[in-house]
Design a protein around this ligand. Structure first.
Ligand code: GLC
Length: 578
């Protein structure tokens, strides 16, 4: 792809950067810039801290010679442009600079070969000023003249700001633009109607890169710089599945980070973050524990620590990442960890000893608020059974490919788990049941559709699940697939995992339909999923299944929604767009 293409894709992404749902940021940086009145405000992104706690500047305004605030006129991935030829950009991950800049349109129109310089000469900053307030109420004003044409704001780890006049603003602007153009060079080319949202989703994946300095400056693509600043185990899988189409190395990095800190008995942690890992209920941040307490949950203060992990889809993600670029030695190392984690489920999380592992905590399912967890724990769940079958089948295929493990043992365990999974089938109601501490759960939820992923269900059961997907009283909502059946007493269109549509569960159902021999329906659901993201205005965390809009409490610029949009869009653009 030529640079012009990368610039065009960056511009397409720029159209989505409203500085509300999509803040201005830079790969590796924790600095976020949002719109505030005529100017902006600045925050940092930190693990388990709200934006309100992470304030850097409450306002930053650019004023003209008469003291009037200059409005924001354009946003591109590398610059926020204000009127009067002023732009805000990054000077590395920890600093912003604000100063004179030619507008993008004028730069492109310059034809004499001088480029930026010529366009810049048209402006004088004399009499303009930049003004900001910090959370302690202090106001700072820098007057611009033809000598001081830019200010640099360095943001420290403690969120304090140091400022100075800057002469490197044009170079900072160019360097920031280069970072983004390099990123957009890698953006997949897809069907024309999907390209603009794909460019935005690709921006989200780049924007969500943070550095974890304690881990040798590893690059974690986080679920969201607004709210989820860490590497969540299964988020990393979905994110890698999207990243593989443009940056397989970064995709591998996500999986490697996710697998890097198993416990002694092989369990993978729920989250890897800048201060360590979240692997048991003892590691829960106080705010989380308080939320659980308020909800009256007994798991806020268990008598013994409860392991926290995420669903066993690691081998599924690994297989997908390797499809694009084989990396055998690397894959073997990862597989050793995945095998141990798969064994962990059977050895340490079969809590009632019946051969079928359970979820010991809702967080380990990834569907925290699902009504299947309204009753007592542990929870036997058909999605867990399905993932375990799928993972053993993947591990068997890997064992055959690398000759380094016992394929037959994986296959026979998959067969045994499949048998136990089929015991959960309720033929009368046409669903796979969950069980709360051995008692049937009545709620009809999306977890009951996941057994499609095994590809080994009896045909009559596949038919019933397909009928459930089309049934308007069950999963055939205006915007599919709701996480709780529309006609269920627990259905709630705005409450996370109790009705809203999530892109990851949709993508898993697409894969399940394909594995179960329903390619046409899989294609149809893939189309409806990308249509939902475009209708809803971006890769939000979850969507109202009645309106197709972002649910009020959902975060935005969400990693796996972006990554799986990219993956679905690439899949729908065949033959591939060159
Ligand atoms: C929420 C989701 C969980 C996800 C995490 C990070 O807790 O329920 O599935 O892993 O956010 O995105």
């Amino acid at each position: 792809m030529t640079v012009t293409d990368a610039a065009a894709l960056a511009a397409l992404a720029g159209e989505h950067l409203d500085l509300v749902r999509a803040p201005f940021t830079l790969p590796r940086s924790r600095v976020l810039v949002f719109r505030e009145g005529d100017g902006v405000r600045v925050h940092t992104a930190e693990y388990e801290r709200s934006l309100a706690e992470c304030r850097v500047l409450d306002t930053l305004v650019v004023r003209d010679r008469d003291g009037a605030a200059l409005p924001i006129t354009a946003v591109l991935p590398h610059v926020i442009e204000f009127g009067g030829g002023i732009g805000l950009t990054f000077a590395g991950p920890h600093a912003l600079t604000v100063g004179r800049v030619a507008s993008a349109s004028e730069r492109i129109e310059t034809t004499d070969g001088q480029g930026l310089d010529t366009a810049l000469r048209a402006y004088s900053t004399d009499g303009m000023s930049i003004e900001w307030t910090t959370p302690d109420g202090a106001l700072t004003r820098i007057a611009l003249d033809d000598e001081t044409t830019a200010a640099r704001l360095d943001i420290g780890a403690d969120r304090n700001v140091q400022h100075a006049a800057s002469v490197t603003h044009p170079a900072d602007l160019a360097a920031t633009e280069t970072i983004w153009l390099d990123w957009f060079e890698r953006c997949p080319r897809v069907r024309r109607d999907l390209q603009s949202m794909t460019a935005f989703c690709w921006w989200v994946l780049g924007a969500n890169i943070v550095e974890l300095p304690a881990l040798g400056h590893a690059r974690a693509v986080v679920p969201s710089k607004i709210g989820y600043v860490g590497l969540w185990q299964w988020d990393a899988y979905f994110i890698a599945v999207g990243l593989r189409h443009g940056d397989p190395e970064l995709a591998r990095e996500q999986l490697e980070l996710a697998f890097r800190f198993p416990s002694d008995d092989g369990q993978l942690p729920d989250v890897v973050h800048e201060h360590g890992v979240l692997a048991t209920s003892d590691d829960l941040p106080p705010s989380d524990r308080e939320t659980l307490r308020r909800a009256g949950s007994a798991i806020a203060d268990p008598s013994a620590p409860v392991p926290l992990t995420k669903p066993p889809l690691a081998a599924w993600a690994l297989a997908k990442v390797l499809e694009i670029e084989p990396a055998d030695d690397w894959a073997r190392e990862q597989l050793a960890r995945i095998r141990r984690s798969q064994d962990w489920w059977f050895a340490a999380s079969d809590l009632d000893g019946d051969g079928m592992p359970e979820y010991g905590h809702p967080y380990s399912s990834g569907l925290d608020d699902s009504p299947i967890f309204d009753g007592p724990l542990p929870t036997t769940a058909p999605d867990l059974g399905a993932y375990l079958v799928l993972q053993d089948l993947e591990l068997a295929r890997f064992a055959e490919r690398f000759g380094d493990a016992d394929a037959a043992a994986h296959r026979s365990r998959a067969e045994r788990t499949l048998g136990l999974l089929l015991d959960l089938w309720d033929d009368e109601r046409g669903l796979f049941r969950a069980r709360a501490a051995g008692v049937d759960v009545v709620s009809d939820t999306v977890v009951g559709l996941m057994p499609l992923l095994t590809g080994h269900l009896p045909e009559p059961i596949v038919d019933r699940l397909v009928a459930a997907l089309a049934d308007p009283r069950r999963f055939g909502a205006a915007w599919a697939v709701p996480t709780v059946a529309v006609g269920d007493a627990d259905f709630s269109p705005e409450h996370m995992w109790r009705g809203p549509v999530w892109v990851n569960t949709n993508a898993l159902i697409v894969a399940g339909l394909r594995a179960s021999g329903r390619a046409g329906l899989a294609l149809d659901l893939a189309e409806r999923t990308v249509a939902l993201v475009m209708h809803g205005g971006g890769p939000h965390e979850y969507f109202n299944p009645i309106t197709g809009q972002k649910a009020a409490t959902a975060t935005t610029a969400f990693g796996w929604s972006a990554a799986l949009f990219v993956d679905l869009a690439v899949g729908l653009s065949s033959p591939p767009v060159e």
